[in-house]
Design a binder for this molecule. Structure first.
Ligand code: ZN
Length: 289
């Protein structure tokens, strides 16, 4: 399995925490009909995007990107010791898979200069913090954590109404430790990192484009979850806050990168998770490289 890519002057490493059956396809994608599922079942199973019970299979992973200047971690997965009673595979887990994967990639928590989150959902912020003597502390002690301001403001307001556990245990402790920065959509890190606003899944969701002066790679976060959505960009998932906007965002993102050399690094597509967007009929595929 490919875990490492080199493109332009970047190296990109996948840090996998889980790759597993998640939610039944017909439940996760309310617009998916049994007929469309039947037409696509064979290739989806072949690609390990669908299990034999028609449950979507997702990979949960971070990307560590080295530019000539910085080491950047994108999306921090699920995390340990976190109460997630609705998700048994995530609830209070204590495995060392994630830390072993970082280690195998030759990366230590001290190496990370920036942590970036495409959005602040539970499976993208988990390893922002870890439990130490009963307190949540930043996992990456030297890192600046960059949160999109619009996304942060949304979850801050929601959390004020009723506690949002991943925000409370994986975002606020970073803020309390003064390790965060709230960034606008025009934010850049040197000439290697740019923000691509991609609202819909959440109000302030962003993709992250990297490469010196051109997009050698783009990290698409949760603007899509399964390769079936490249063929049917109109299919939004039930967790999209604004399904109509998510669909528009998805199609325009796929159009923007279609038939370019940009490596599309998805958050959740089954391994290898990374590919180039190609046109297929009136839609797209993410073709492995
Ligand atoms: Zn996600």
């Amino acid at each position: 399995m490919s875990l490492k890519y080199a493109v332009g002057d970047l190296t990109i490493q996948r840090i996998i925490e889980q790759e597993t059956s998640f939610v039944p396809a017909l439940e996760m994608l309310p617009g998916l009909t049994p007929e469309i599922l039947a037409e696509n079942r064979a290739w989806m199973r072949q690609a390990r995007a669908l299990d034999d019970q028609d449950v979507l299979m997702l990979c949960f992973q971070s990307y560590v990107v080295k530019t000539p200047h910085h080491t950047i971690l994108i999306d921090s997965c699920i995390g340990n010791d976190k109460p997630r009673p609705n998700r048994p595979k995530w609830n209070m887990k204590t495995d060392d898979t994630y830390m072993r994967a970082l280690d195998a990639a030759g990366v230590s928590v001290d190496d990370i200069d920036f942590v970036m989150c495409t959005h602040l959902h539970v499976d993208h912020v988990g390893w922002n913090t870890r439990l130490e003597n009963g307190r949540w502390v930043p996992t990456f002690p030297r890192a600046r954590y960059l949160f999109a301001k619009q996304e942060y403001d949304h979850w801050f307001a929601e959390n004020a109404k009723a506690e949002i556990p991943p925000f409370a245990d994986s975002v606020l402790p970073v803020v309390e430790a003064s390790r965060h920065e709230l960034i606008g959509n025009d934010h850049q890190i040197g000439d290697h990192v740019r923000i691509v606003p991609t609202p819909g899944h959440t109000p302030g969701h962003v993709a992250i484009a990297m490469g010196r002066g051109k997009d050698d790679a783009v990290f698409s976060g949760d603007l899509m979850h399964s390769p079936v959505q490249t063929l049917y960009p109109e299919l939004s998932i039930k967790f999209d806050v604004d399904p109509a906007k998510a669909a528009t965002t998805r199609r325009s993102f796929l159009e923007r990168y279609c038939d370019t050399d940009t490596l599309c690094c998805t958050a959740h597509f089954p391994s290898p998770s990374v590919g180039k967007i190609k046109r297929k009929g009136s839609a797209f595929v993410c073709a492995a490289v």
